[in-house]
Design a protein around this ligand. Structure first.
Ligand code: NI
Length: 184
């Protein structure tokens, strides 16, 4: 496995619509995903999309820890099913649908926009599907932080970064200043 350089905001690979993967079970895709996992873990990210390692392909991976799921659920006031954690998930050629009209606002960061965070409105509930490395279809419904992570990563495949989703640029801040933000 190889640690890869992460593309940063301003690089054109992050603005373009990524291409579908022909064969999710291709060994080259497995190698790509293994490198994405290593790179994401090294950088301390919750998720990473292929354009963030300069590969314009419709692939992303993510992971939601029980601690993160719990804290977001408490903050936004909804009940978790189980611990709310999501195991490391690999999604190839994903599709995304919104469920209902409810919108939550919460802070997001991005490995391609280091040191910053922004408050981003996202749909509270979604349904998504995509292929794993074994070529099997994964289909899930997600709420809260899980749904937010998937929407953030899915945007990378369409060339969208989170500041473009924001409604108030005063909520784009350095992470080191987060203690100065008023609680919701
Ligand atoms: Ni990102």
């Amino acid at each position: 496995m190889t640690l890869l350089k992460i593309s940063k905001m301003g690089h054109p690979v992050l603005w373009r619509k990524a291409d579908p993967v022909d064969n999710p079970s291709d060994p080259d895709i497995r190698a790509l995903v293994e490198n994405m996992i290593e790179t994401m873990n090294d950088a301390g990210g919750t998720g990473i999309a292929a354009p963030q390692i300069y590969e314009s392909l419709r692939v992303f991976i993510f992971f939601v820890s029980p601690v993160r799921a719990q804290s977001e659920a408490e903050r936004l006031g909804f009940e978790l099913e189980g611990d709310g954690a999501v195991p490391l998930t690999i999604l190839i050629n994903p599709e995304l649908d919104f469920i209902g009209d409810e919108i939550d606002e919460s802070w997001e960061g991005c490995l391609s926009i280091p040191n910053l965070m922004g408050k981003v409105p996202r749909h509270r509930s979604i349904r998504y599907r995509g292929y794993g490395l074994d070529g099997k279809l994964i289909e899930r419904e997600a709420t809260g932080f899980h749904a937010r992570v998937v929407q953030h990563e899915y945007d990378h495949l369409d060339g969208v970064l989170y500041p473009e989703r924001m409604t108030n640029m005063r909520q784009l801040i350095f992470s080191s200043e987060v203690a100065h933000q008023r609680p919701d």
